[in-house]
Design a protein around this ligand. Sequence first.
Ligand SMILES: [Zn+2]
Length: 344
Amino acid sequence: MLYRPEQLVFCQALPKIELHAHLNGSIRDATLRELAAQLNGTSISMPDVQLRTQQASRPLGECFKLFDVIHQITTTCAAITRIAREVLADMAADNVVYAELRTTPKSLPRHGMTKESYMSAVFQGIDDYYAASSRAHDIQVRLLLSIDRRQSTDEALETARLAVQLRDKGVVGLDLSGNPSVGQWETWVPALDFARQHGLRVAVHAGEVYNPEETAAILAWAPDRLGHMCCLDASLEQQLLLSRVPIELCLSSNVITGSVPSYQDHHFAALHNGGHSVVLCTDDSGVFATTLSREYAIAASAFTLSDEQLRQLALTAADHVFLEPGERQVLRARMEQLLGGSSK
Ligand SMILES: [Zn+2]
């Protein structure tokens, strides 16, 4: 058993902050099945999708196949809008009070989709959520635009420029993600520099596979947050601790994808015990069949965290959001108030 039922209940009641969630990977199973059914008989086999989304525990191969299906069904603005609306509803129901969602704007000329129309569809989904929800005041959302590691310098710069243009729509930063075995770090540095020069913040997926030269170069560039950092040698670990850059940790994702052998072996414990800033996140709650509450419960169980440590973990996430300092302080005060309430 990954955690005791009462641990999950406690973690569901905690107000939480989600800082590493990919929009399309957070799709509901039912929505995935419904959208896939509309494409059944083309490149998608519906029985396969049914089978994969009915498994509570999903090995890595199944997860990658689900990513393939998600890629094929997110080719219309209507699908993107629906996913954005539902992801916010699910997070609000899980007591997430602030979320930074990340997504790669797609240009699909064959489907009449541009990076701009893709982002309009995301904003429409957010607007639809707030228009329909009585819980609307419960969750605040901001966006990071993702650069996929398959992209060229020019494509990455295009995404960075779009992110700067969309600042007043709630875009607060850039993310670098995608297959960690693809591409060269230097390719995307101009785009990340551009974003930073224009006041955006930058999060980078790093150390998902063992690549010491790249991880050292990323640490030297000093992103505002790092994702994962699973595969480091002793020298990189030392550099990471000295950097004091906060790390987004996604326990289920790291264990399912095999970046970390087990929950007990996860580097969360060493970083947390050593006082390094860490934030628990889901990565892809749909694909990995999890929620942020469940990730907190797994951490509580695997690392024997007290209720007070769980509250502190939830609270300190507010210090690492990509909001402006004034807004960040307001969020932190709100978290303190809500956590005070949850401890009574
Ligand atoms: Zn990720």
